[in-house]
Design a protein around this ligand. Structure first.
Ligand code: CA
Length: 266
């Protein structure tokens, strides 16, 4: 299991420059502090706040055809959900067997893909019926998943992103995520947005924007100060969804009672 990152200072809402310095020192080592200062860091503006099930240990979030889809984790509480954005109402739910700890979800060509953490198994569901159609083997751990037109893109808590063929579920390629030349561990929930991979970083209130070809972090979105009412260290930012048609960006976190539509201030 990965070392937990101490982020006490981050919760205080640091200035952008300070954030970059601290982020670099925590994740990458002190030697990279100066180099990391070259990466742009953008703030956010909250556009809308919507209800979110405070019992949902969010591990995957995505948007498809005017509906929000969510995957939750923890053994005995893991599920696949279809949720109405404005009311937070649960419209469909499929529970996982309690032996599985659910992780990220992605939707591609009428199928929903859901990962599990350490069981080396992924599930493929029919988008409409939520009927489980097949399972697949996943080497290593399963954390986040998103997709572009021809690949599923999977994180495993390391700095690696694997690109899988959606039909065979076999790995086609992989890329290492680096910030100023150093690998970034703990890459978590993912979303493919306008040709970039956006990634939550476990225990950090930031989203990394990654070039899928090179793995380079090209900018950072700072979400410090969002949802301050947390009751435990588990309640981290984890969930990015993109409404391509409406150009809306949604984020939430594990056990958060709110889901936010945000705008990145570039
Ligand atoms: Ca996502």
């Amino acid at each position: 299991m990965q070392q937990r990152i101490q982020n006490k200072g981050l919760e205080k809402g640091l200035k952008f420059h300070g954030l970059v310095l601290l982020l670099a020192s925590l994740v990458l080592g002190v030697s990279q502090i100066q180099a990391a200062g070259d990466i742009p860091v953008y703030g956010i503006e909250i556009v809308n706040t919507w209800p979110h099930d405070p019992a949902a240990f969010t591990q995957g979030l995505t948007w498809y055809d005017d509906m929000l889809y969510e995957g939750t984790g923890r053994n005995g509480q893991s599920s696949l959900r279809m949720v109405d954005l404005e009311s937070g109402e649960l419209l469909k739910r499929e529970n996982l067997n309690s032996r599985y700890f659910g992780e990220g979800i992605a939707i591609h060509e009428g199928k929903i893909y859901q990962l599990t953490w350490r069981s080396h198994i992924g599930f493929v569901y029919d988008l409409e019926s939520f009927k489980q159609e097949k399972t697949f083997f996943l080497a290593g751990e399963g954390w986040g998943i998103t997709n572009n037109e021809d690949s599923l893109i999977v994180s495993d808590g390391s700095a690696n992103l694997r690109f899988l063929d959606p039909d065979t579920l076999q790995e086609k390629s992989r890329v290492e995520v680096t910030l100023s030349g150093r690998p970034v561990q703990n890459i978590n929930e993912l979303e493919f947005i306008n040709g970039e991979i956006w990634a939550n970083l476990w225990y950090q209130d930031v989203i990394l924007r990654i070039d899928p070809e090179t793995g380079y972090v090209t900018s950072i979105v700072d979400l410090n100060g969002l949802y301050p009412q947390r009751n435990s260290r588990d309640e981290v930012l984890n969930g990015i969804a993109w409404d391509e048609a409406g150009q809306r960006l949604f984020v939430t976190g594990k056990l958060w009672s709110a889901l936010y539509e945000i705008k990145v201030l570039e």
